[in-house]
Design a binder for this molecule. Structure first.
Ligand SMILES: Cc1ncc(COP(=O)(O)O)c(C=O)c1O
Length: 406
């Protein structure tokens, strides 16, 4: 069966053509657009059964609780994990901070190391820097090769004394997918835990935490069709059970005395205060939608369009494309020689093409690429070859306006 982006696009009100023609959205790595099914699910919750969860004993409170907990079960199944390990957070950043603080403060000490990669998003770097400072642990970095793949030749040495490996599953700049299975196996042999920043993988490819055997996995709903403000930390229940809470408050307690308190069982121990019920219900609808499209089909499509974009952009004189020539996701970062990414992005916007310009929360990686910033085009299930044509034509226009030689 051929993949019909045109068919899926019809489900996204924001992507419908206006009188000025069709607008091309190529910034899904930052956040995806939302289909009718997700908008309807959230709207239905607020219109029909808005109530706080786990508290009220009236009809709509029971319905809200049931749907919220159903969302937990469905999202856990989507990633192949035990639902007791699925904690709703605001986003990937909060999920990583939860582990960095709740696990890190009690398990890291002077002399320990935390291993990250040179391509990390600030969200999977800064929390570890903060906790390293508090505990005396040190940060160590897995380098990249010329194409942006992880250079694992020194992995055994790099893993010495490491207690936590925190690595991105798929890069938000280079379009690479890291060989995380190999890193997880090697880390476990040395007794280290592994957290995967899956912000760019869970939306784009099948991910199974059991098969991967990762200890923690973090991702954001808004990058996979769901509303903003809902994210997930999944952790192995036996590890989460031993961890102290991250935030204190209502919902997460067992018994509260003046002298101290006891905690609810996981996952609720890690969900202090009123959760984002509408967001979780939106994420449930998003997961339903993604399964209808098929994650394997999405991954194939991403790769096809990613390869096509990278190849077509590389053909343009004066355009530098970062990342591998081979297998990649549908995220492509590039620069037009002598033109600031903000100027590129502005001209593209005038041509009806939306891309991202900046350092994409990866300053250390951009320094490695010897670029202060870059342009980034990223596709999702609603994009097709015509969108790539529009991108390439708009970049051509940039070359003409700025008289880029070639
Ligand atoms: C690889 C990666 N990690 C983490 C994040 C942070 O996600 P959020 O801003 O939703 O917390 C992003 C988002 O840009 C990302 O691409």
């Amino acid at each position: 069966m051929t993949f019909s982006a045109k068919r899926w696009r019809e489900d996204f009100p924001i992507l419908r053509p206006s009188a000025k023609g069709r607008w091309v959205y190529l910034d899904s790595a930052a956040t995806t657009q939302k289909p009718e099914a997700v908008l309807r699910a959230v709207d239905d919750y607020y219109r029909r059964y808005n109530a706080n969860v786990h508290r009220g004993v009236y009809r709509i409170a029971a319905e809200a609780t049931e749907r919220y907990e159903e969302a937990r079960q469905r999202v856990a199944r989507f990633i192949g994990g035990d639902p007791r390990g699925l904690i709703f957070t605001r986003n990937t950043s909060e999920a990583i901070n939860l582990v960095a603080y709740a696990w890190g403060l009690d398990n890291l000490k002077e002399g320990d190391a935390i291993l990250v990669t040179a391509a990390e998003h600030h969200s999977n770097l800064v929390p570890w820097q903060l906790v390293a400072k508090r505990t005396g642990a040190r940060l160590r970095v897995i380098p990249l090769d010329e194409e942006g793949h992880l250079d694992l030749s020194q992995l055994p040495e790099l893993l010495e004394g490491v207690k936590m490996v925190a690595l991105g599953h798929a890069s938000n700049v280079l379009g690479t997918v890291n060989p995380v299975e190999e890193v997880i196996r090697a880390a476990h042999e040395k007794g280290a835990l592994v957290l995967l920043d899956a912000a760019q993988s869970v939306p784009r490819m099948p991910v199974d935490v059991k098969a991967l055997d990762c200890d923690f996995l973090a991702f954001s709903g808004h990058k996979m069709l769901a509303p903003m403000g809902i994210g997930v930390l999944w952790g192995k229940p036996e590890i989460l059970e031993k961890m102290a809470p991250f935030l204190g408050g209502g919902e997460m307690i067992g018994r509260v005395e003046w002298e101290g308190s006891t905690w609810r069982e996981i996952p609720w121990k890690f969900e202090a205060g009123t959760p984002n019920v509408g967001g979780a219900i939106g994420l449930l609808a998003a997961v339903d939608y993604l399964e209808k499209v098929g994650m394997a089909a999405i991954a194939r499509r991403e790769e096809e369009l990613g390869q096509l974009m990278a190849r077509r952009l590389r053909e343009l004189p004066g355009v530098v494309v970062y990342g591998p020539r081979g297998q990649r996701t549908g995220i492509v970062a590039f620069n037009v020689e002598g033109v600031h990414p903000h100027d590129v992005s502005q001209i593209l916007d005038e041509e009806g093409v939306a891309i991202r310009a900046g350092h994409h929360c990866c300053q250390p990686l951009h320094r490695l690429l010897q670029a202060g910033s870059s342009c980034r085009a990223s596709v999702y299930l609603y994009n097709d070859e015509e969108d790539v044509d529009r991108l390439v034509a708009a970049v051509q226009k940039v070359r003409e306006v700025f008289r880029v030689p070639g």
